[in-house]
Every structure is written in structure tokens, then in C-alpha cells.
Write a protein that binds this ligand. Structure first.
Ligand SMILES: *Cc1c(COP(=O)(O)O)cnc(C)c1O
Length: 388
């Protein structure tokens, strides 16, 4: 029999989660928490507008559920990375403003227009191509201009901004609805790059036609009102991420991952566990094998050979270490010290209220962003709240 996991309201101790018969685990997405996070960020930045970044399938959580929930809460401006994502977003919402952060791919003007989206034009060549398209169809075309204030990744650098400012015929074909830039080190409020980029952005936007401005993503908006301008673009914080190192963002976790215990075995002292026998039991040990691995987004760098520490999971409320290699579909966990006997069919928390995205990212020598966007493609997805 397959049953829906019974999950009521957060926090969800793993012991209360049931995993349906055919599933390895559950990726639980709390749409109420998502919406509350957006509202809290919107309050923090008012009177600036709070948009939402939903690129990469809403950071892996499913744009089909995330975008409508945010739109229902009042979010009117969304950012995606690519023209294909813009089409997906448009199919979900006929009225929202949709910006394409990667800008105008060569030859993609028709795709962006078909999605009624706005490219964040990131170089003079893109501006020229968009303006030529505008002339061809005989209409002014709306867009954002992305200027480079110091990240040196995308955006018009100073000399291109100056050349554009000197070409009124180009600007006449465009309806510039936003001038934007992106910060390189906003997670660290002590980094002098933040003030330098703020100054550069202010200078660059004043060389261009007057338009609303946007500089801050999740961390930038935590740097204070000077960074808010007219519109902020959080992504990670909406999904519960806490990357800012200066203070806690006013958001709570959205994602929890639970995996089932497949087997528990005794391993004698000196017994090797997992590929290449990278971990050997220092004592008589109880090893639980769980149905989650790197194919589910759990970084292989969370492996723990003998003498090293890697990731961990929560079983029966206790934090238990991963031992040996993280493999594609499985991990092995040392449950010898678990106060409650671990058994086949038990459920462990892999990510949740206790094991945050940041903690799991650090254990896998990466960042929470990467963990989030790789999570749980083959797990059962359960959405709660958000009008769901
Ligand atoms: C991804 C991205 C964002 C969102 O960043 P978060 O750190 O997830 O809030 C905002 N702006 C640009 C240009 C981006 O590429």
C-alpha cells in the first residue's frame, strides 16, 4: 500500500515521517514557510519592491509550485536565468514581470518576446541586438540594463556604459525599465567590495537614462537600506538559506529531506565499510545503511574515511555520523551510540530544522546553494501549505 506521508506542521521530527512504499525518501517543501519568508523580506525592504528569483527550477524546489505561491502572496516580479525558464514562468503566470538574468543569447530575441519577458542586457552587443530587433518589429522594446559594478561576470563595464550613453539612437529603441548590478561579496558585511560596488553602481546608473534600480540579492538586502534601491532580488533566502554572515536573515527553513533506513548490521572491530574500505570500525559497531546518496544531491565530499569527519544525519533525535564513502544511492551511518535502537524502516533527517542547508553544505565542502539546487530529484516530493 502506498500512503501519503503524514506531515503536519514544522518542525517535523523524522520519527513522525512515513515514507511511501516505493520511495527512498521524502523531499518536503513548506510553501507556507516560503511565502512567510518572502513577506518578511518584503517588509524588511519596504518601500522598495521585493521580487523573487526562481531560476534553476526555483533552486530545485519546483517553479510550478513556488511561483504561483509567491504570486498569490503578492510578488509581481520574478527573475529567471534563461529564455527557456522565462517560458516556463510565463506559462504559470500571465501577468507577472519576468526578467531573464543571463541576458540576450545571440538569436534569442524571439524566444524572450514569446515569453513576454525582459532581458537583462549585459553588454553593448546585446543592447545592439535588442535595439535592432526593436527596429525590425517597429516597436520600442522593454529591457533591463545590467551594469558591471565590480563582479566582472556579466554586465556593461564603464566604457560600454559611456559608449551607450553617447548613442541616443540605440536608447531610443529601448524602454529601460530597470538598471541593475550584482554584488560579489555581499555575504560578508565587512568586505570593502560592498561599498566600492555601491559607489560604482551609483555612478554607472547616473550615466544612463533615469530608471528604477536594483543591486541586492538575499545577502545584499541584509547590508541595509543603502543597498535596496527600488527592487531587491532574493533567491536563496526565500528558500530558507542563511548565507549572510552579519546577522540572521528573517527567514525560516523551507526544505526538509528524509531518507529511510534499509538495513542495520553489526561490524566487527577492524571491519571495513563502504567502497575501498575507507572507514574501518574502531570498535564493534552498528552500521545503518540509508537510501540516499550523491545521486540525491548529498555531496560525495561528505564521506568520512577513518579519522576524518564528514556529514551526519538525525535518527531518533540523535545526530549520527556518516562513515565511509557516500555512494550513488546509499550512505552508511554509525548508529552504535544512538540511544534508541535503529531498525529497518526507520526514517532519518538528512536536511531539516537541525541539519541546515549551511551545515550540510559545509560538511560536503560546498555551500548550501549547491546542496539545495541538487536535491532529491528521485525522492517523493511533498508540498505543504501555500494554498496547496
Ligand atoms: C542568482 C542571482 C540572484 C539571487 O541570488 P541569491 O543569493 O540566491 O539571493 C540575484 N541576482 C542575480 C544577478 C543572480 O544571478
Amino acid at each position: 500500500m502506498t500512503t501519503r506521508p503524514e506531515i503536519k506542521s514544522p518542525p517535523f521530527p523524522a520519527d513522525t515521517v512515513s515514507v511511501a512504499g516505493a520511495e527512498t525518501g521524502v523531499l518536503h517543501i513548506d510553501l507556507d514557510a516560503l511565502v512567510n519568508n518572502w513577506r518578511a523580506l518584503a517588509r524588511r525592504v519596504a518601500p522598495a519592491e521585493c521580487g523573487a528569483v526562481v531560476k534553476a527550477d526555483a533552486y530545485g524546489l519546483g517553479i510550478g509550485r513556488v511561483l504561483p505561491a509567491l504570486a498569490m502572496a503578492g510578488c509581481q516580479t520574478f527573475f529567471v536565468a534563461t529564455p527557456r525558464e522565462a517560458a516556463e514562468a510565463r506559462a504559470l503566470d500571465g501577468r507577472a514581470r519576468i526578467f531573464v538574468l543571463d541576458g540576450l543569447f545571440p538569436g534569442a530575441a524571439d524566444d524572450i518576446l514569446a515569453a513576454a519577458a525582459l532581458p537583462c542586457l549585459a553588454g553593448l552587443a546585446e543592447v545592439e541586438e535588442w535595439a535592432a530587433h526593436a527596429r525590425r518589429i517597429g516597436a520600442r522594446l522593454a529591457c533591463a540594463l545590467h551594469v558591471d559594478s565590480g563582479l566582472h561576470r556579466l554586465g556593461l563595464p564603464l566604457d560600454e556604459v559611456q559608449r551607450l550613453a553617447a548613442r541616443p539612437e540605440l536608447l531610443e529603441s529601448l524602454d529601460v525599465v530597470l538598471v541593475m548590478s550584482h554584488l560579489a561579496a555581499a555575504d560578508d558585511p565587512a568586505d570593502p567590495a560592498n561599498a566600492a560596488q555601491l559607489e560604482a553602481f551609483t555612478l554607472l546608473r547616473h550615466l544612463l537614462p533615469r530608471a528604477p534600480a536594483s543591486l541586492a540579492a538575499s545577502d545584499g538586502l541584509m547590508l541595509g537600506p543603502d543597498f535596496h534601491f527600488d527592487l531587491v532580488r532574493p533567491g536563496y533566502a526565500l528558500y530558507g538559506g542563511q548565507a549572510f554572515r552579519g546577522a540572521r536573515a528573517p527567514v525560516s527553513p523551507v526544505v526538509s529531506v528524509y531518507a529511510r533506513v534499509l538495513q542495520v548490521r553489526d561490524v566487527q572491530p577492524g571491519g571495513a565499510v563502504g567502497y575501498s574500505g575507507s572507514w574501518r570500525a574502531p570498535r564493534a559497531s552498528r552500521i545503518a545503511t540509508l537510501a540516499v546518496g550523491y545521486a540525491d544531491g548529498l555531496g560525495r565530499a561528505a564521506s568520512a574515511p577513518t579519522g576524518a569527519s564528514g556529514g551526519s544525519v538525525i535518527i531518533h533525535g540523535a545526530r549520527m555520523p556518516i562513515v565511509g564513502r557516500v555512494s550513488m544511492d546509499l550512505i552508511t551511518v554509525d548508529v552504535t551510540d544512538c540511544p534508541v535502537t535503529v531498525a529497518r524502516g526507520d526514517v532519518a533527517e538528512v536536511i531539516g530544522q537541525t541539519l541546515t542547508l549551511e551545515a550540510v553544505g559545509a560538511d560536503a565542502r560546498t555551500i548550501g546553494y549547491e546542496v539545495l539546487t541538487r536535491l532529491g530529484r528521485r525522492m517523493q516530493r511533498v508540498y505543504a501549505g501555500g494554498g496547496a
